[in-house]
Design a protein around this ligand. Structure first.
Ligand code: SF4
Length: 363
């Protein structure tokens, strides 16, 4: 079942400004351990307020997520919210270059349906949305990680889109509040959703950078299911950055342009995106850019073709260059010439239109 946000007049008149529907799972399961946690019990109250049926499992193992085919497993999993405790391995934080010094997770899995999804091949098993009830302990654990002599950054959205499930979890609000009084620490996360209003008033102390993932409309409309439209995301970004006196959140913000693809007329298509961004960020703003071109691995391609057998996503190895990592794993990226041409275009556009914006990396 899906219910929509209350429509605003612009939502009803302009399909391209449509807010994302709030995701409502068909099945919500709690493990006994998760319900021992006060944070888990709060999620239960919230889920029950939405009148979603709640199942309490007999033990801490999730079952019943496999269908007859991979596609069925995908459908079952993507409509299931599981509230569990993160395992002990979640307390050993790993770096996540070039994005941040460390990553930690509020949840694993995402309710959207992007046909290039980054989670394919990086998360094992059915793509159920698992939310961690022991979040307060996960947050406390970040205090054990600090790099000497510099602000230590933490990325919270490697395995989930935290805003896509926030109405049910409030995990992101909890995390922003926690980081607001962590000296020399900085929180980062990214989303393709737009329901930012409940998070605008949080006293974040400038320690959380919201990033919104954007793409040319032609790419987003074709490949990003269940997310907010690009236009609605840009409006959300504006609200996040506006000063409090103008009803905004006064957050530092960022744009993650991903996955960049050399689709037909890509310069024009991405110029339109920059036009819209420029029109909406017409005030002084602390803004970063991260530029990520499309890539895939043999493993991610296999998973994506199971999930989206009719996808129009281009994943033709013959047209790609191979990039190997130090462990021998390989990924398929665009050719050096295409990369050079695209990089030049994106740097030029950003430097011209957002002279105070900071490009963090191109990959
Ligand atoms: S929003 Fe991100 S995590 Fe969610 S489906 Fe899309 S690519 Fe995957």
């Amino acid at each position: 079942m899906q219910i929509s946000n209350t429509p605003t007049p612009s939502d009803t008149h302009n399909v391209f400004e449509r807010a994302a529907k709030l995701w409502m799972p068909k099945r919500v399961v709690f493990t006994p351990d998760a319900l021992d946690e006060p944070f888990g019990r709060k999620i239960r109250e919230r889920v029950e307020e939405y009148k979603l049926p709640v199942e309490i499992l007999k033990n801490n193992r999730l079952t019943g997520l496999r269908g007859e085919t991979e596609r069925e497993t995908y459908k079952l999993s993507k409509s299931t919210l599981a509230i569990v405790n993160a395992s002990p391995s979640a307390f050993r934080l790993r770096p996540i270059p070039p994005s941040a010094d460390f990553q930690f997770h509020l949840a694993e899995g995402c309710p959207a349906h992007c046909q290039y999804c980054y989670l394919a091949g990086s998360l094992q098993g059915p793509p159920t949305i698992r939310v961690f009830a022991n979040l307060p302990l996960i947050l406390k654990n970040t205090q054990n990680y600090r790099l000497p002599g510099k602000t230590t950054s933490f990325e919270a959205s490697c395995y989930t889109d935290p805003l896509g499930i926030e109405h049910l979890t409030c995990s992101l609000a909890e995390t922003i509040k926690f980081f607001s009084n962590q000296p020399e620490k900085h929180l980062r996360f990214v989303t393709k959703f737009d329901a930012v209003d409940p998070l605008l008033d949080i006293d974040h102390n400038g320690r959380s950078r919201w990033r919104i993932s954007l793409n040319a409309n032609v790419v987003s409309r074709r490949l990003e299911g269940g997310t907010a439209t690009v236009n609605a995301r840009i409006k959300a970004l504006r609200k996040l950055a506006l000063p409090r006196s103008e009803g905004g959140g006064n957050y530092p913000i960022g744009v993650v342009l991903a996955p960049i693809m050399p689709v037909a007329n890509w310069q024009e298509e991405y110029s339109l995106l920059f036009d819209e961004l420029q029109q909406n960020l017409d005030f002084p703003v602390d803004l970063t850019f991260e530029l990520i071109t499309h890539r895939f691995t043999p493993g991610s391609k296999e998973v994506l073709l199971d999930w989206y057998p009719n996808t129009s996503l281009e994943m033709d190895e013959a047209g790609r260059a191979v990039k190997r990592n130090k462990f021998g794993g390989l990924k398929y990226v665009y050719s050096a010439d295409t990369m050079k041409e695209m990089k030049h275009f994106f740097y030029q556009q950003i430097n011209k239109r957002f002279p105070d914006g900071k490009i963090l990396y191109w990959t």
